[in-house]
Design a protein around this ligand. Structure first.
Ligand code: NDP
Length: 539
């Protein structure tokens, strides 16, 4: 039987059961039979933890980042019974309690209250173990149906008259295999991997992880976009036939699908040797199928090469804009036009703005859910390598065979609507990012906040007081606007709007669950203050 690692009376960091957050705790005793440590939290709560849920105090990179504690929760519960009259008073009393331990006699809460609160938090912890996306069956069906759904959409878009949506176009599977196409696709990945590895661009720190580490990331995505654009210009100059991609489009989709499946298998296999502390909480539960889909390892790296971050932002996102541009050339070629249609120019330029914005503000992606929370498995591999480039470019692909020229007034209205969505999207994201980076910045002093149990604050005014996910609202306005240049004759080019609406509604629900785990009752307080999730007065 293995011996104990931590001594009685030792101060260590203990994971809160079911969560990825660590608290300061003191070891009280150790049970040899169960191999469980009894630990005491700052507020007196005692719980039993496994050794894997405990870390040495010194190994845990505690500290304040930008004035806010990160990854560290001190479960001070007694402020809940404080009868403060208004938010400011609550905030003040919470601050006092949080930073002046040990508490004063009158602040000590009877044990029953503490126990009651622990019980209140436990269902939240359990929910972390609930399977998402319909569990094993749901994720299995998604993996099975997404590739055929994509081929169906694309072949329908290719048809001159795609009116009968139930007519399933026949695809000869053998025709999808083309070694030359696969070679070009791999070359595309290699070139982007090389750009990513260039020692150009700043290195930014990621968020503090549950294992106490902070990973460095090279920020040079915008440069990758510029280099890709320059290479395309050179290829055009030397009359290299970029229409090859359009002519072998389904073969490219098949190659990307194949690579995404191989990548997922590799990721799963390597995760079996990954230490538990480096696994994602969400992907390290359930059946093999579920884990394969969700991704077990949080940040798989080969040396300093971060696989998830690379695939999240580079080949797929930049590939989307390149495909759009190739569709623009294809439209001119097939429709025998000297200049592209206004619709095609709108789709290309509005989506390029979106991608360029994402890469210009690449650092903010370090805090997004995919990087911070989700493991790297089939969901993100297929999503980033296949779904993003080939589905998000559906409008441009559709326009090649279904020419549409919107009027100038309509084009102006589309641009105006897009800019409204873009404004909401970027100002909401910027506001939160700036606040998380420097919560005490005097320029943000006009924003109202509530302090949470974790020591972190939540914005309750500005964009984040308007609805709980204003960035999703902006994203959705843009998504639907991009469909408008395709006219109103068919639903196919509106697939992106429909898809993103479903994705962001589901994502919002996922984020709420995570935030409720992080912030407990404070999240409910925020929800009371800001009742609408994405669309004011509607949802
Ligand atoms: P968000 O940028 O929406 O961040 C959610 C996090 O913000 C929460 O977990 C919480 O984290 C923090 N937060 C929530 N409310 C508040 C508040 N009131 N005050 C301060 N912080 C708050 O996460 P996503 O990763 O989902 O989205 C990132 C961007 O990517 C969005 O703009 C989205 O539209 C876009 N996106 C686009 C997709 C596409 O395919 N086009 C797909 C998915 C996303 P904490 O408190 O820990 O900081």
């Amino acid at each position: 039987m293995p011996g104990r690692k931590y001594e009685d009376g030792e101060d260590v960091m203990g994971r809160w059961p079911g969560s990825s957050l660590y608290y300061e705790v003191r070891v009280v005793s150790f049970d040899d039979a169960d191999q469980l440590y009894t630990v005491r939290y700052k507020d007196g709560t005692e719980l039993e933890l496994r050794e894997s849920d405990i870390k040495k105090f010194n190994d845990y990179n505690i500290g304040k980042r930008n004035g806010e504690p990160e990854g560290l929760l001190r479960p001070v519960i007694h402020h809940r019974v404080t009868q403060a009259k208004n938010e400011e008073e609550i905030e003040r009393s919470e601050k006092v309690l949080r930073y002046s331990l040990p508490p004063k006699r009158e602040e000590i809460v009877p044990k029953e209250v503490l126990e009651e609160k622990v019980v209140e938090r436990e269902p939240v912890a359990v929910s972390a173990k609930q399977l998402e996306f319909g569990g094993t069956i749901g994720t299995f069906l998604m993996m099975l149906s997404m590739p055929p759904a994509l081929f169906y959409l694309l072949t329908k878009c290719q048809q001159q008259d795609p009116d009968n949506l139930f007519f399933v176009p026949r695809i000869q599977f053998t025709s999808l295999w083309d070694p030359a196409v696969l070679g070009f696709y791999i070359l595309w990945l290699i070139l982007h991997a090389l750009i990513y590895m260039l020692p150009i661009g700043k290195v930014a720190d990621g968020v503090l992880l549950a294992n106490g580490k902070r990973l460095p990331y090279r920020i040079n995505g915008f440069m990758a976009l510029l280099l890709t654009s320059a290479s395309v210009a050179v290829m055009r100059y030397y009359k290299i036939n970029l229409l090859y991609v359009y002519e072998h489009y389904l073969q490219f989709v098949a190659s990307a699908t194949l690579i995404s499946i191989l990548l997922s298998i590799y990721l799963y296999a390597r995760s079996l040797r990954t230490p538990e502390e480096d696994l994602s909480a969400a992907g390290n539960t359930g059946t093999l199928i579920y884990k394969f889909f969700m991704g077990r390892e949080l940040n798989p790296r080969i040396g300093s090469f971060d696989l998830k971050y690379f695939f999240e932002l580079r080949p797929g996102l930049i590939g989307w804009t390149l495909i759009n541009f190739i569709m623009l050339l294809a439209e001119m070629h097939i429709q025998k036009r000297d200049v592209p249609s206004v619709s095609m120019i709108l789709v290309n330029s509005l989506q390029l703005l979106y991608v360029a914005h994402a890469l210009w503000n690449e650092e903010s992606a370090l805090t997004c859910m995919d990087i911070v929370h989700d493991g790297f498995g089939f969901m993100l591999a297929f999503g980033n390598l296949v779904w993003v480039p080939f589905v998000y470019s559906l409008q441009a692909f559709y326009l090649v065979n279904h020419p549409m020229d919107v009027s100038w007034p309509m084009a102006t209205a589309i641009v105006a609507l897009n800019m409204l969505g873009y404004f909401i999207f970027f100002s909401a994201n910027n506001q939160k990012y700036a606040f998380r980076k420097s919560p005490d910045d005097p320029k943000l002093a006009y924003l109202k906040t509530i302090l949470t149990l974790s020591g972190k604050k939540l914005l309750v005014s500005g964009w984040w007081g308007f609805v709980r996910h204003p960035n999703y609202l902006g994203d959705l306005i843009m998504a639907w606007t991009w469909c408008l240049p395709c006219g109103f004759t068919h639903i196919l080019p509106y697939f992106y709007g429909i898809f993103l609406t479903g994705l962001l509604i589901h994502r919002e629900i996922r984020d709420e669950t995570l935030c409720r785990m992080k912030y407990g009752p404070d999240w409910d307080k925020y929800c009371e203050r800001v009742p609408y999730r994405i669309i004011p007065y509607i949802y």
